[in-house]
Design a protein around this ligand. Structure first.
Ligand code: FAD
Ligand code: NAP
Length: 314
């Protein structure tokens, strides 16, 4: 049986694509998700910027109803890692980790992104409890408090400026004394009174208690250690796009990608390959927010419905 649509990844983008494709009339839609559906937001202890959802709610609690809502309209979930998506004529092939292959007329790839970790002690243990990779999401929890930002690229500096408007003080910790970031952003950082530059320094250990982070030890290139009493530690050391399923046997990508490894899409989430759509954090210039990923998933699904209708009925 050839699926009308295969959805790769079951985060906010994939689940919304599943809701819209099935409710919009596509038959035999399968969402291939390697773990529990929900995506990376399930790692967040609190989300307060999803419209209409008020009160304290964890990322996990936000996502729990999404799969059941999709299944009501016929979405099937297969818990398996997809290794590769390829295309042969009009048919896509979904190569799964277990060695089997599924076939589909359309594919929506929604495998998201993974913020890189810096690799210091305590970072993984306290992730989601004071260590964060999202200032838009978690900055407000540190209103009036001191935080640390790790990194020296555009993301770290822009997020440090964002946090400086909310927090009493931001320690910007960078392993060198010059930044990768745009020069005007560096100037704005230097003009911001409540940002202290901690240069030539790398985090050694973040520590905390049952409530979360209470401080960070950093070491500079002279070997001196400093104890920074920050309650939030924001790590911005780059982001990996989960684009591995698009890599073909010859090493090239199935569709056009940009230099950052993001999938190039148009405003309708169409990629350069007919019938292949991308949505959420993995598409170019993604705002990396749940609401945006969900919106992308809906747009991609509407595109897939039209594409399959055109392919099979005209
Ligand atoms: P993801 O959520 O990354 O989902 C991708 C899914 O694809 C995952 O479930 C993964 O298991 C699956 N997958 C990947 N590769 C494969 C494969 N090969 N085969 C099968 N399945 C695969 N956003 C907000 O709007 N507000 C917040 O408060 C907020 N807080 C955050 C806090 C944290 C700690 C983090 C990490 C992120 C936060 N975000 C927040 C960002 C938000 O989580 C992402 O923008 C959003 O989840 C992106 O959705 P997505 O569906 O594109 O991808
Ligand atoms: P990035 O440019 O790769 O910068 C990552 C930073 O983290 C670097 O300063 C790096 O230090 C540091 N770093 C890496 N690993 C580390 C580790 N283990 N410990 C401590 N520090 C570590 O990543 P990004 O800032 O996320 O930007 C990604 C891309 O998006 C870039 O092309 C950027 O220009 C672009 N971007 C653009 C804008 C904009 O145009 N406004 C905004 C955001 C992002 P080193 O410098 O020493 O390597």
């Amino acid at each position: 049986m050839i699926l009308d649509c295969a959805i790769i990844g079951g985060g906010p983008a994939g689940l919304t694509a599943g809701l819209y494709t099935t409710r919009g009339g596509l038959q035999n839609v399968v969402m291939f998700e390697k773990g529990m559906p929900g995506g990376q937001i399930t790692q967040s202890s609190e989300i307060e910027n999803y419209p209409g959802v008020t009160g304290e709610i964890s990322g996990m609690d936000l996502m729990i109803p999404w799969p059941a809502q999709c299944q009501k309209f016929g979405l099937k979930h297969e818990m398996v890692e997809v290794k590769r998506v390829s295309k042969d004529g009009d048919i896509f092939k979904i190569h799964k980790e277990d060695g089997t292959t599924a076939e589909a007329y359309s594919v929506i790839v929604c495998t998201g992104s993974s913020p890189r970790r810096a690799g210091f002690a305590g970072e993984d243990e306290l992730f989601g409890r004071g260590v964060s990779t999202c200032a838009t999401c978690d900055g407000f929890f540190y209103k009036g408090k001191e935080v640390a930002v790790i990194g020296g690229g555009d993301t770290a500096l822009e997020e440090a400026l964002y946090l400086a408007k909310i927090c009493s003080k931001v320690y910007l910790i960078h392993r060198r004394d010059s930044f990768r970031s745009a020069p005007n952003t560096v100037e704005r950082i230097k003009r911001t009174q409540n940002i202290e530059l901690v240069l030539n320094s790398t985090p050694q250990e973040v520590y905390g208690d049952a409530m979360g982070v209470t401080g960070l030890l950093v070491k500079n290139t002279d070997g001196e250690t400093r104890d920074i009493k920050a309650l939030g530690v924001f790590v911005f050391v780059g982001n990996d796009i989960n684009n591995q399923t698009l890599i073909q046997e010859n090493g090239s990508f199935l569709c056009e990608m940009n230099k950052a490894g993001e999938v190039v899409v148009d405003i309708n989430m169409k990629t350069s390959v007919k019938g292949l759509f991308a949505a959420g954090d993995m598409r170019l210039n993604a705002p990396k927010q749940v609401v945006c990923a969900a919106g992308d998933g809906a747009v991609a699904a509407l595109g897939a419905i039209s594409y399959v209708d055109e392919l099979l009925n005209h």
